[in-house]
Write a protein that binds this ligand. Structure first.
Ligand code: ATP
Ligand code: MN
Length: 413
């Protein structure tokens, strides 16, 4: 017999036989069967799903119980009752609609598949942070309230800010650049907001981005960083989350290094050959991104050398062809998970490119001025955390991979 201990958790389910009752108790480590032989110990008004209980007793090795262990109680304390019935099915075979699950997210977090998704997300994040910290990148804290658009465009949420108007950051762009031209190698994990009225399975209005920015670097250097950290993140999930992957029926393949580089022009031609209606200068639809994965036959690859018109004003143009910029997307599992560029670090060129986009350089003076005092060449990228989680967990809807998604409809919970 082991020693007496107290375990606490939630009632996952109960089973009554004539002279014996079983309680399956769940906590963060999993489930354990509590075998109640002395029915006098059992709460007189019964137990319901998700009641919180604390059980004092002894754990005994068992060949019949799933966990290889059974728990024999000496005392059962009801800590807090749950309302019944539950509004959402949180069992392993849950049939509840995503909408219902999101409405009752706090309960849905107790469903094993949901826990698996967020355990994987946690692993992705901690590997990302650990990898960059170890390589000498400094974690920076950019502001989320900003005074003007960082990327241009109209997809900003605005908010009153005392006597002024402010915006929610659509990207930490300017701030990571300001940090990189002093700290050299920086990273951040930060929320960003996009006011686009999309309603797609791959877009949220509030996103978490994992970004780096690096001085004395061009696009090719940061692409190498991206593929290396991404492969390590995937490897780490594969090694540390086998149970979670199994729960999600996921056979995670870790792509081989280096990822193939396909130019934008090659990709357009490839799609055109299949009869796809797309012209040089167009962006790829999500459907076309998926097609490309099949045509290229790689789970992960880079699309590089984009038309300037498709990328932000700060993207560094090629010397010999300013219509093309040092920009790349990383496509993983047939969807864009990351974009990056070498940035323009020369104020004069930056002003020209801003004007060329039809924007006013005066609105960006503060930004441009940052590069007037010894700014080295620099480059960076951004990975969408929910997008990546979605691909790793094999989910079709990004909302499943965001704890509290914000979309056109949803602001609660
Ligand atoms: P997309 O073309 O997929 O709409 P984007 O090119 O507008 O994305 P970027 O500005 O390149 O997005 O942002 C970097 C990364 O952040 C994207 O590759 C993606 O992983 C993620 N991301 C951007 N916008 C969203 C969004 N609205 N919802 C979810 N993830 C997003
Ligand atoms: Mn992009």
């Amino acid at each position: 017999m082991g020693e007496t201990l107290t375990i606490a958790g939630w009632v996952a389910r109960t089973r009554d036989l004539a002279k014996i009752k079983f309680i399956v108790l769940r906590d963060k480590t999993g489930e354990i069967q509590i075998t109640v032989k002395d029915l006098g110990l059992y709460p007189s008004d019964g137990l319901g799903r998700e009641d919180v209980i604390a059980v004092t007793g002894k754990a005994i090795q068992s060949r019949i119980a799933n966990a290889g262990i059974e728990f024999f109680p000496e005392k059962i304390e009801v800590v807090n009752k749950s309302k019944q019935p539950l509004p959402v099915d949180i069992s392993e075979t849950s049939q509840s609609e995503l909408e219902t699950r999101l409405n009752w997210r706090f309960l849905d977090f107790r469903a094993p598949q949901t826990r698996a998704i967020f355990t994987i997300q946690d692993r992705l994040l901690s590997t990302f942070r650990g990898w960059l910290t170890e390589k000498g990148y400094i974690e920076i804290q950019p502001p989320c309230i900003i005074s003007s658009a960082s990327e241009g465009g109209a997809d900003l949420f605005d908010l009153p800010y005392f006597e002024k108007k402010a915006y929610l950051a659509q990207s930490p762009q300017l701030y990571k650049q300001m940090c990189a031209i002093s700290f050299e190698k920086v990273f951040t994990v930060t929320p960003i907001w996009r006011a686009e009225k999309f309603n797609t399975p791959t877009h949220l209005n509030e996103v978490r981005q994992m970004d780096i920015e690096q001085a004395f670097a061009d696009d090719e250097i940061v692409m190498k960083v991206l593929e290396s950290v991404l492969v390590d993140m995937l490897r780490s999930v594969k090694e540390n989350c086998p149970e979670e992957l199994k729960m999600l029926n996921r056979d995670l393949l870790v792509p081989k290094l280096p990822f193939r580089r396909v130019t934008y022009t090659e990709a357009i031609e490839m799609l055109q050959r299949t009869g796809e209606k797309i012209n040089w200068g167009d962006d790829f639809t999500k459907q076309q991104e998926k097609m490309m994965m099949e045509l290229i036959g790689e789970q992960a690859f880079f699309l590089k050398d984009w038309p300037a018109a498709q990328k932000a004003f700060y993207s560094m143009p090629y010397d010999d062809n300013p219509e093309v910029v040092h920009a790349f997307d990383c496509i993983y599992g047939g969807i864009e998970i990351s974009s990056g560029t070498q940035r323009i670090h020369i104020p004069k060129l930056l002003r020209e490119r801003i004007s060329k986009k039809g924007l006013s350089p005066e609105n960006f003076e503060n930004y441009i001025e940052a590069f007037a005092y010894g700014a080295p060449p620099h480059a960076g990228w951004s990975i969408g955390l929910e997008r990546l989680t979605m691909m790793v967990a094999g989910k079709d809807n990004i909302r499943e991979c965001c704890m509290f998604p914000r979309d056109r409809e949803r602001l609660v919970p």
